[in-house]
Design a protein around this ligand. Structure first.
Ligand code: T1G
Length: 689
């Protein structure tokens, strides 16, 4: 028996257990072990029934994603599953925990499925740019029917055990020891029903409708429609032909750049949680109560994050009307979620009960963590952190949600800089998954570990970054948007730039996004930097002119674009064009037609170059951390893997050549290729070596 899969006989039942931490992924050793244990159990005359289960909290998380892109090694998963399905004795899957992808497909190849109430099952392959490739698109519809199978496979989300039972995926949900329940079922006799023998009727009209709906939602993704094609073929073809067709479509997706990007995104998020220098000996401080300063949009959203995770929050404001408005907004948000059926009215009340409003900083004396989300002004931050330093207990973590200001300068307002850290949430804070944790020069390691642990507990993707203007996300955003503005100054229109970037896969282009965020936000920050004689701040341009006219964007019905009442659809506006033309004339710019390709390359190469600068300055620990920031905080299309992964896909040599060409033409300092980028390009390497 292999270490990864073992079996033992209990009476007349052979119990086969997959034991391959951390998630019982079906790598080569597990597949070989499954085959060996199956053969041994079938050869044992004392065995009448087989039970297949997983050790730990996972039945199996499916194929070993780390094997993708490498030469395949037998036995293949479809062959292993077919061996279980064609076994001469009944096989019962005892689904002890998560059964995803190939893990569920393995269970579908068994003759009966019993699940723990805590089990979750699903086919998330579409989230990796794939389709189920081991019979999922052929066996699942035989159990659930075509429409349910399409919904489950194209969406990719897991079902809990009860829903899986209702859908026909699981035959029974058993309280207590699911293996014992399976053994009892074996004694009763569960029959020898092969899923492949179940009938499957197709409906051409249904599939036409489904394909149209899926194509509308695919947004450039390749594999969702392949999922539907495979299910449709399964409803027409004999089983074995349908399996072969599925395999062909699966391999097609496996070789797509989208699979590479999505799997990079999967691992990037997990790698980011491993902060270099924070080994297992660095323990997070306990966080059982939280204070939030500021009940505005950000503070309210942050308070909701903690209430959603079951943690009590004290929400501080300076005056009662602001506090009341903040609490009312939080309640409205929860009630809107309840109206969509995502939480119950009782959960609304339970979460509201966890949030206590207060006008008194003294109420923060015993909290473990305070997050300041007040006005973006260093003077305001200094005043607040001075108060927190005087009031909060020793060891409390003092965090700021600042998006641009220096953590080190804020920490200097306290006698405990080691306890000060940045926790940069993204609006809306209760929705966006990214949490950019910012370590100051003196931030203690266990404080860094604390905010990374808090990120996990509140369901965020935590990325640890260093201090610089804009940290990682906004620094790259600023560099890209500066290029977008330059392209408009030279002759492009805002809508042309937005169209090129949404065509690349961004949910919104830079100018529509600025209108959403509010042109006043950036304008005020630039004005503050101009007053401070910041040498790096850009000279006033047509965006400042729009803000000075009170055109802030969606919130005022007009910004770069016009917005009809109640609509968020951007409408190009002649007044904006006139302001741009006036700016060009004043600046003496001879305008030209700017090709779409130039727009894409200048925006994207600029992002890659700024990311390389961030790496060489040590602001981010790895290129994939920069990808994790942009994938989870800025709507970068996941199937492209993030800006740094995209740069590697183009070839860093190509990127450097493009940057050099733009530098030769434009001469601006930001078009100097970062030293690290040029070095890696010269060595023919990528960011990951
Ligand atoms: N392969 C390899 N490693 C995996 C893995 C997998 N399938 N799933 C997780 N890991 C690693 C992960 O990188 C991390 O590693 C550790 O396990 C813990 O993961 C043929 C082709 C199962 C819900 O898409 O959704 O089957 O950082 O931090 O929060 O049709 O992992 O410790 O080094 O996420 O408890 C389809 C992906 C594959 C499931 C557990 N399956 N995994 O969550 O732990 S394709 C998936 C998850 C397929 C077939 C097709 C989650 C989880 P490290 P974690 P978790």
């Amino acid at each position: 028996m292999s270490e990864a899969v073992k079996w033992e006989r209990k009476g007349a039942v052979a119990v086969i257990t997959i034991d391959s931490p951390p998630v019982n992924a079906l790598g080569q050793a597990v597949r070989a072990g499954l085959k060996a244990c199956l053969e041994a159990a079938l050869a044992d005359d004392a065995v009448e029934t087989l039970v297949l289960t997983g050790a730990g909290k996972t039945f199996s998380a499916g194929a070993d994603i780390r094997e993708f892109g490498k030469p395949p090694q037998g036995p293949s998963l479809p062959d292993v599953i077919a061996a279980f399905e064609n076994a001469s004795k009944p096989v019962i899957a005892a689904i002890n925990g998560t059964a995803l992808g190939g893990g569920l497909e393995l269970a579908l190849g068994c003759h009966y499925r019993v699940a723990s109430p805590f089990a979750q099952v699903g086919l998330p392959e579409v989230k990796l740019g794939l389709i189920p490739g081991a019979g999922g698109t052929v066996r699942l519809p035989r159990l659930t029917g075509v429409q349910a199978a399409v919904d489950i496979i194209v969406d990719g989300s897991p079902l809990d055990a009860r829903k899986a039972e209702a859908a026909g995926i699981v035959d029974r949900v058993a309280e207590g020891d699911v293996v014992a329940a399976a053994c009892n079922l074996a004694a009763e006799g569960v029959g020898h029903r092969r899923t492949r023998d179940l009938p499957l009727e197709g409906d051409a009209a249904l599939f036409e409708g489904v394909k149209a709906a899926v194509a509308r939602k695919a947004r450039g993704l390749y594999s969702p429609l392949r999922c539907v094609e495979s299910i449709e073929a399964a409803s027409r073809l004999p089983f074995d032909e349908a399996i072969a067709n599925e395999r062909s479509l699966f391999l097609d997706c496996l070789n797509s750049p989208q699979r590479a990007g999505l799997i990079h995104a999967f691992f990037a998020q997990r790698e980011a949680a491993k902060v270099p220098g924070l080994g297992p000996d660095v323990k997070p401080r306990p966080v059982e109560s939280v204070g939030v300063i500021g009940a505005g949009t950000m503070g309210g959203g942050i308070a909701m994050c903690f209430a959603n995770a079951g943690l009590p929050v004290i929400l501080i404001e300076t005056v009662a009307p602001a506090l009341d408005r903040g609490l009312a907004t939080i309640r409205r948000n929860y009630e809107a979620t309840a109206a969509k059926g995502r939480i119950t009215p009782a959960e609304v009340e339970a979460r509201m009960a966890l949030i206590t409003g207060s006008l008194d900083y003294g109420d923060l004396a015993t909290v473990d963590l305070v997050i300041e989300a007040a006005f973006e002004s260093m003077a305001v931050k200094h005043e607040i952190f001075g108060k927190l330093d005087a009031i909060c207990k020793p060891g409390a973590v003092l965090a700021t949600n600042t998006s641009t200001l220096s953590i080190d300068e804020i920490a200097a307002a306290t006698r405990r800089p080691q306890d000060v850290v940045g926790m940069h949430f993204f609006s809306p804070a209760n929705v966006m998954r990214l949490l950019e944790n910012v370590r100051g020069k003196e931030t203690a390691p266990d404080v860094q570990a604390t905010v990374m642990d808090v990120a996990k507990r509140i369901g965020k993707v935590g990325v640890m970054v260093g201090v610089c203007y804009g940290f990682v996300g906004n620094r790259i955003l600023h560099a890209r948007n500066r290029e977008a503005i330059a392209l408009v100054n030279e002759g492009a229109t805002p809508q042309q730039v937005d169209k090129v970037l949404t065509g690349f896969g961004f949910a919104m282009g830079p100018f529509a996004t600025s209108d959403l965020a509010g042109l006043d936000v950036g304008w005020r920050i630039r004005e503050e930097r101009r007053k401070a004689n910041d040498p790096d701040v850009d000279a006033p341009n047509w965006l400042d002119a729009l803000a000075e006219k009170g055109r802030y964007g969606q919130k005022t019905g007009a910004g770069i674009y016009l917005y009809e009442k109640g609509s968020r659809t951007p409408i190009p506006d002649a007044e904006t064009d006139a302001l741009i033309a006036a700016y060009r004339a004043e600046a003496g710019i001879a305008t030209r037609d700017v090709p779409d390709r130039e727009i894409l390359e200048r925006c994207m190469f600029m992002m890659v170059n700024e990311g390389a600068r961030i790496l060489e300055e040590g602001i981010a620990s790895r290129a994939s951390d920069i990808d994790a920031v942009w994938l989870n905080g800025y709507g970068f299309p996941a199937y492209r893997g993030g800006p740094m992964f995209w740069g590697e896909q183009q070839g860093l040599g190509t990127v450097v050549a493009g940057i050099d060409a733009f530098h030769a033409r434009l001469g601006t300092p930001q078009w100097q290729a970062a030293g690290l980028l040029r070095k890696l390009a010269d060595e023919g390497k990528g960011f990951s070596g």
